[in-house]
Design a protein around this ligand. Sequence first.
Ligand code: C5P
Length: 314
Amino acid sequence: RTAEFKTLLLKEFHRVLMSDSKVFTSGLNSQNPYDVHYERGQWKERTKKDILCALGGVSVQTVTAEDEPFKMLNYNIPNDPLQRHRTFNTCAVVTSAGSLLGSNLGDFIDSHDMVLRFNNAPTENFTEDVGSKTTFRVLNSQVVTKPEYNFLDNPLFNGVSILIWDPANYSSTLDEWYHHPDFPLFPVYKRLLETRPQADVHLLYPNVLWGLWTVLQDSSPYRLRRNPPSSGFTGVWFALHRCNRVRVFEYVPSARATRRCHYHAPRTDTACTLGAWHPLAQEKALTERIRENSDIDVFQRGFLDLPGLSNINC
Ligand code: C5P
């Protein structure tokens, strides 16, 4: 059953990637909202080590108090972003996938030294399946700016380290991004720095997103959507930089997968798992390629086990 599910799933990734790519080459996918420039030379299959080294080549960079225009505008961004001087032995990256429901993975997740979650995914009422510990959150800029998430006052976003991402155009400077973010996150960030100056909350350099997109595109024979990677992939990459071992929960879906999008809400939509906007199928295909654990772990228990980048000699 595991082998059958695995075959079906990998075929499904392939099918999504091929159909996106066909749209691209037929010219219908001419949209390039972020003005991405990508020229590929001769394509060649990458090894696990190649992929890990490429991910290691994209460093963790966040906006600092010295970066313009933030300096001039008195953004008092704290030093030592995202617990920079800590490395963790084991880390759990917990996606928000519906297939976490009924997984009973909570105790295993909590046994990790660091636990990273996404956006507004709760633990309350779901601890049996997703655990209760949170060290980091990776947030998209919609969560920061839309009133329903109540970013500044919601206890979900207090007392944890937070990495926020928002895309800029492929070649934009920080100044251009500041004037044209996807969602208006900067005034909210400024307010947060004023009201909670010690909060470990940081903005990802937008060119990091395109660095990660390039790793995805370089590792695929297909042409990808020219949109930034999901919060999930950004979280996996961040954890690979900071941890000796990274376990990623229900990113590559297990046999528990249904059409349900999130474990914490009833909405159904298969695009959440396979992608409609982010190059999600390639993110998952690539992450699956670098795992070191068994098919049973991945497709029945529901997690990938990845080596941290400090273990790789590039
Ligand atoms: O939907 P949201 O972005 O908040 O979910 C957090 C991350 O979890 C996503 O960016 C995606 O990488 C991952 N996810 C998934 N499958 C789902 C839902 C979310 O892989 N069904």
